[in-house]
Write a protein that binds this ligand. Sequence first.
Ligand SMILES: *Cc1c(COP(=O)(O)O)cnc(C)c1O
Length: 383
Amino acid sequence: MPKPHLGLNTTCAHVGEIKDKQFKGAVSPIYLSSSYEFLDVDVKRYPRYFNTPNQEYLSKKIAALEHTEAAMIFGSGMAAISHMFFAFLQKGDHLVVQNTLYGGTVNFIKEEFPKYGIEYTFTNGHTLKDFEAVIQKNTRLIHIESPSNPLLTITDIKAIAKLGKSKNILTSIDNTFASPVNQNPIDLGIDMVMHSATKYFGGHSDICAGAIASSKEHIERIWNVSKNLGGSLSDMTVWMLERSMKTLGLRVKAQTKNAMKLAKWLNKHPKISRVYYPGLKSHPEYKLAKSQMKGFGAMLSFELIDDLDSQQFQNELKLIKSSMSLAGIESTVLSPHLTSHALLSPEERNKVGISNQLIRFSVGIEEVKDLKRDINQAIAALK
Ligand SMILES: *Cc1c(COP(=O)(O)O)cnc(C)c1O
């Protein structure tokens, strides 16, 4: 019988603590050694082996949160994703990857895969049929993102997992936007879950890290590549990440609650023409989101009406910051057409639904009334 999962906040607070047996301190000590004894030890520890005490123990928390046997922590989200791809794809293999995806992942695939003879196809959409249509004989991995950046599309995770299993193809998901607080893809049949821990795991815009959670077997295979590539996280930062993750459940639940309220409010706002949020009944995949997510997340996007300048709008905001990154406790906004999708032509952007009026909104923990007031005063200042 598998052990029952501890509740969310208990897991965040306690799983993976290192007991301070020497001084009985309340929190995990930091072990900064980069050199450990190798004689008569069970584990040969070394930072680049991803197995210092702090790395090993924080991995237990992440595995518990994603309901997996094992997990690994990396120096960034891109390190996590690149190591995962390189562990399961080699020359002549083929990756099927969702068309709407984090920009860095798209760049990595396009720029690096050709050098190693790895083939890939981006889907034309995110329905099951779109994925089925591009599977080849040599497809080894299907990678999805749901909710996706920046239009919050929802992919049917169960259907993709089933498709993979039926064809003996592994499946992976970027679960950064939902976080394990709002979505556990392993329970829906996905093989591997990755995170940019720079985002909700860190949560305070002061850590760059990544993580993968999966079975022991898959993590071991990734480890075999990672020990060669390097890219482990320093133990100082691992410790900071552990501290941050104690409040992951509290933070993300509060942010999710705020996002729901703001999405509803923005949806009725006369100066906002469209809101993208999977928790709105008007979202085309609302029912699917409801069936596979525990909460709808704290990321949303909206479009200002045509005669309002979106850049000026962001300059006028006083409380909400414009920021490249996301998922901190502070609310931030970003223009996808000037950042993640700046390299596309206006026509290409139009095709994927990214207008100059689009604003991505990472909702923080502030009081909703203060966020509403800030948005309203910025709009008022534009006239
Ligand atoms: C930020 C992000 C990444 C990349 O993570 P880094 O920590 O910046 O390397 C990957 N996926 C998503 C969805 C992200 O938001």
